[in-house]
Design a protein around this ligand. Sequence first.
Ligand code: URP
Ligand code: ZN
Ligand code: ZN
Length: 483
Amino acid sequence: MSETFDLVVRNADVATATDRYRADLGIRDGRIAAIGAVLPAGLREIDAAGRLVTPGGVDAHCHLDQPTSDGSRMADDFVTGTRSAACGGTTTIIPFACQFKGQSLRAAVEDYHRRADGKAAIDYAFHLIVSDPSEQVLRHELPALVNEGYSSFKLYMTYDDMKLNDRQVLDLLAVARREGALTMIHAENADCIAWLTDQLVEAGLTAPRFHAASRPMLVEREATHRAIALAELVDVPVLIVHVSGREAVEQIRAGQGMGLKIYAETCPQYLLLSAENLEGEGFEGAKCVCSPPPRDKANQDVIWRSLENGTFQIVSSDHAPFTFDGPNGKRNAGEDAPFPKIPNGIPGLETRLPLLMTHGVIDGRIDIHRFVALTSTNPARLYGLFPGKGTIAIGSDADIVIWEQGLNRTVRNVDLHHAVDYTPYEGLALKAWPALTLSRGEVVWQDGVYLGQAGRGRFLKAARPAPATTRGRGHRSPLWKVD
Ligand code: URP
Ligand code: ZN
Ligand code: ZN
C-alpha cells in the first residue's frame, strides 16, 4: 500500500445489507479505499472498538424548505434539515423539487437548487413532484430532466393543489416507462376524502382527530389498487409511498404476486404511532396530522411484518416539518383550526434510524441486514445512487455510522437538531443512537456534538433507477410489444 489513508476506522463490526464482518476501514479522498483485517496507519484514526458500523442512512422521502400553497412554512431549510439528518446518522437525503400548477418543472428544479446551494451539510439528490403534466412537461421538460439526473418523480392522487386524474397519471407513467424513471405515488382517493371531510365539517366534527376519520384505510386501499392497475396497464414499475396499513399492503402484495414491479415505502409513523396520537388534549393532536394518518396497533403489526417479509423496500421519514407553536406551522389557519386547515406532515429525519434500530433490530422485529437494506441500500439502488451511496464497499463514499448501543433513553425534542418545536415520538424508548457519523470521510457528528458545515453537501445526479418495464408480466397494453 503506497498511499497513506486519510482516516482509518479500526475494529469495526461492519453490517451491510448482505454481510457482517470485523474489519478496519481505510478512507482516502472521501471514499472507502481498503477493507482489511489490520490496515496500516492513517493520518487520522478512529477506534470503533468493536461497535456496530453501518452505511450512512439514505432518507429517500423528506421535505425541506418546500413552498406550500396555504401560507404555511416549513420550519427546516437545508441548513437545519441536513444538520438534523447527520446527527441521526443519515448522510444522504432525497427531498422534492415541487412543481406548482402552471409552473415549469425546470423552474421548480432551479428554485430548489437555490434553496439547497451553500446550505446542505450532507449530500442530496432531488425527486421531482409533477402536479401539472402539460404537453411541455410530458414531451420536453420531464424527459430532459430525467436525463440530467432527476430520475424519479412523485405524483399525487390527492390534495387539491397537487392531485392528478387517472388520465394524467397514465400520461406520466408512459413517460416514466419510456425514459426509465421511477414514479412514486401518493395513493389516497381525493373525492372520497373531500366528501368525507364535508360530512365531518358539516357535523361540526373538526378537531384534529377527525383528520383520521376523513382518510380511512378504504381511501388508501382504493387508490393503491388503482395506482397498481394503471401501472399494470402501462407496464411500468411504480413505488407506493408512505403506506400505512393492512389493506394497502394487501394490494401491493397482490400486485407483486402477479409479477408486477410494485415497490413500497413505509415510515416510522406507521410503525410507532396510531390514530390515538391525534386525540391529545385540545389541539395537541395536530402534531400527528399527516397523510395517510397513523392507524391502529393491528395495522402497525402488519407493517412490521411487511418489513420482514420483503413487501417493503424502503423506510423513509417523510419529514415534513411544521412548528406546533410557531408562526405558519400547525396553527397557520389559527388557534384550533378545523382539521382540513392543519398543514399535513410530521418531522422525523433525525429519529428515523435510531427508532428503527431500537424498535426494529434491538427489539427483534427485523435483522440488521434488513435494517441496512430498508434505510440505506435499497433507496440508494432504487433511486440511482448506488454504489456511491448505500453500502460499505471499496470505492463507495465513506458515509458511515458507528453506533452506540445499550442506551436506556427516550426521545426528547430538546435533544434534536431540527428547527421544529416538537417531535411526535417524544417519550419513545431509544436503545441506540449514532456515536459518530462520517459523510465522505468527514466527521459530521461525534459524541453528541454536531461538526458538519452548511454548504459541504454535494448535489448528486441520480442514474436511471429501475428496469424500464415489468417485462410484460401481466401488462394489458396493446400498444407495445415486450421483448
Ligand atoms: O402528510 C404528509 N405526508 N405530508 C407530506 C407530504 C406528502 O404527501 O408526503
Ligand atoms: Zn405524499
Ligand atoms: Zn412526503
